[in-house]
Design a protein around this ligand. Structure first.
Ligand code: 10D
Ligand code: SF4
Length: 313
């Protein structure tokens, strides 16, 4: 009988929680510790089913709209941000609001206000229906148009000054093409200092691309509604390596591993690190593995918590 060499598992780094997700989850955890449940959270705090379920088990109540939150209760805005209309509704309902919007999303909202004030039409690059996009569009509803693709850019008809902004979790390579098309269509185009794709999205994409190029199969841990996680899978697949998004180890189909000697493994910015450990365990259960880490960048960024939850805990 021939001995198979151990299967190699290439762990992409950075992976899993980013600073914005760490902060958002910690806000809800501290509120639960300090005030007890129920703590109402508008929308999923981050787009990960395991994070949501574990906070629910501790007393968080996730709602779609603030109308579902009792008058005067504590409510948390999710990491993806909200429009000014939602902030106004919270004031009308006298809610005690804790804002878990990632500071890097807030930065895009500030840019939207600044560009709108100078009279620009703002082309927002992003995915229709995504919560972050709904929040950002709400900053200047009459002055913003949403585009997703180069074809959308070609179809634009705008008179007067034009600037652009982007969703924070887009594919870096695809977005560069859309921005190039915008520059061609609107030579006077202005934008943010660089695009708004955040450091965490960028780093996870660089790492997963490198790893995918060295692997026969890529697994990304994350939920299906997580934009940054889906972008990682698409990017891995663009290198020619089959890639799958899994919520956890239970979603791995052993058939994917047939003939695979190197597995690339990562996790989106909203996927807890323990889930990656569980996937490694599941791979180990299928045969001997040799684990190595490919580090594309080192992340040291951390965001401060809102004052209301900073004390104690
Ligand atoms: O869908 P997504 O990638 O925007 O969000 P997710 O909650 O998966 O990851 C964190 C990213 C945020 C909050 C957007 F900046
Ligand atoms: Fe913030 Fe980027 Fe994380 Fe989104 S992915 S929460 S913008 S750090």
């Amino acid at each position: 009988m021939t001995e198979h060499p151990p299967r190699s598992v290439l762990l992409a780094s950075p992976r899993s929680f980013c600073a914005g997700v760490e902060r958002a989850v910690e806000i809800v955890e501290r509120l639960l510790d300090q005030r007890g449940g129920p703590i109402y959270v508008r929308k999923q705090i981050v787009h990960n089913i395991h994070v949501v379920r574990s906070l629910e088990a501790r007393g968080a109540v996730f709602v779609e709209e603030l109308a579902e939150v009792p008058f005067g209760a504590t409510a948390v805005f999710s990491a993806h941000g909200v429009s000014p209309a939602v902030r106004a509704e919270a004031r009308e309902r006298s809610l005690d609001v804790l804002d878990a919007t990632c500071p890097l999303v807030t930065k895009v909202h500030s840019e939207a206000r600044r560009f709108a004030e100078r009279g620009d039409t703002i082309v927002l690059i992003g995915h229709a229906g995504h919560e972050e996009i709904e929040g950002t569009l709400g900053e200047a509803p009459g002055q913003m148009v949403l585009v997703e693709t180069v074809a959308d850019v070609e179809a634009l008809e705008i008179a007067g000054p034009v600037s652009y902004l982007t969703q924070t979790t887009l594919a870096v390579d695809e977005t560069a093409e859309v921005i190039e098309a915008l520059h061609r269509r609107f030579p006077q185009l202005r934008g943010p200092a660089s695009d708004d794709i955040c450091y965490a999205t960028t780093n996870r994409q660089i790492a997963i691309r490198d790893v995918a190029q060295r692997s026969d199969l890529v697994l990304v841990v994350g939920s299906k509604n997580s934009s940054n996680s889906v972008r990682m899978v698409e990017l891995a697949a663009r290198t020619g390596t089959p890639a799958y998004l899994v919520d956890d180890a239970s979603e791995i189909d052993p058939a994917w591993l047939a003939g695979v000697s190197a597995v690339g493994l990562s996790a989106g910015a909203s996927a807890p690190p323990e889930l990656v450990d569980e996937v490694m365990e599941a791979l180990r259960a299928l045969g001997p593995v040799e684990i190595s880490t490919h580090t594309a960048a080192t992340e040291t960024i951390a965001f401060t918590l809102p004052l209301a939850v900073r004390r104690a805990g």
